[in-house]
Design a protein around this ligand. Structure first.
Ligand SMILES: Nc1ncnc2c1ncn2[C@@H]1O[C@H](COP(=O)(O)OP(=O)(O)OP(=O)(O)O)[C@@H](O)[C@H]1O
Ligand SMILES: [Mg+2]
Length: 261
């Protein structure tokens, strides 16, 4: 089912309680390093991410795209360097600001109904009562899941499960949404639907930071590209320029399909 075109109509980001929100962007990664298994997997990466443009992170397998998103989201603690949200340092893993959300390649869903998954996420953010029901209904409609509300979440199809993960983000109205290859397991129709939801979130003011292996998708969605190779930031450019005239040898090889890792 295709979601209806949505205009959430929120003038400014709000907290989960509905109050006007304090902006958390820009996000600044400063000399970020991450080491594991005796290898430096993210190597002195500095990057400033502003509100607005959709940022797509590209790079071959193992470049460090997922690690970068997890470090930025606060799921991993850097070995060195800093993650700053609006100039404020984040102390460690899991303690990042609440006004961000992440969608993974494989959605993590509770063994409950579709609606209960959304309600649970909202209750963690202390949204209760009529506001919770309203947000739940809105998120289900925006993602075309209204008719699935009572169904066990884990019995949804793959595409529907990913839509539920996006519905959860929709309901929480994050300022920043990190998406790590959200469509890599989906067929073209489900992929299109996910892209439409991502676009709607973008139009509603959520900053999108997303990885993908699908260059067609990157061209459809990207305003700017951050290109990684072997844990380093190799190139960053407006999407048009990156795809038309990549500046580095690595990016040229990647776009030609010749950079395998
Ligand atoms: N905990 C860990 N211990 C050891 N190596 C790790 C760990 N986590 C990630 N790596 C390695 O770090 C590198 C970067 O991983 P990452 O998952 O960020 O790559 P990616 O760019 O997302 O790749 P893909 O396109 O395949 O998703 C890979 O070589 C991976 O094997
Ligand atoms: Mg990855």
């Amino acid at each position: 089912m295709t979601p209806r075109p949505v205009t959430p109509g929120d003038e400014a980001p709000r907290t989960s309680e509905g109050r006007f929100d304090v902006p958390i962007l820009p996000l600044e990664l400063r000399d970020l390093c991450f080491e594991a298994g005796g290898r430096r997997l993210i190597d002195g990466l500095s990057l400033r991410i502003e509100a607005g443009p959709r940022t797509i992170v590209l790079g071959p397998n193992g470049a460090g795209k997922s690690l970068l998103l997890r470090l930025a989201h606060g799921l991993l603690r850097p070995s060195a360097g800093a993650v700053l949200w609006r100039n404020r340092k984040v102390a460690g893993a899991g303690r990042g600001p609440r006004r961000q959300a992440m969608v993974f390649q494989k959605p993590v869903l509770l063994r409950r109904s579709v609606a209960a998954n959304l309600e649970h996420a909202l209750s963690l953010h202390r949204v209760a009562g009529a506001e919770r029901r309203r947000r739940c209904g809105e998120a289900l409609e925006a993602t075309g899941l209204s008719e699935r509300a009572a169904q066990p979440a884990r019995s949804l199809s793959g595409g529907e499960q990913q839509r539920l993960a996006l519905a959860r983000a929709w309901a929480l109205k994050p300022q920043v949404l990190f998406l790590d290859e959200p469509t890599s397991a989906l067929d073209p129709a489900a992929t299109r639907t996910v892209e439409e939801i991502v676009q709607a979130l973008h139009r509603a003011g959520t900053k999108i930071v997303m990885t993908t292996h699908d260059l067609g998708q990157a061209k459809r969605l990207a305003d700017e590209v951050v290109f990684l190779h072997r844990g380093r930031l190799v190139e960053r450019a407006p999407a048009n320029r990156f795809f038309r005239e990549p500046q580095t040898r690595e990016a040229q090889a990647f776009l030609a399909g010749d950079l395998l890792w």
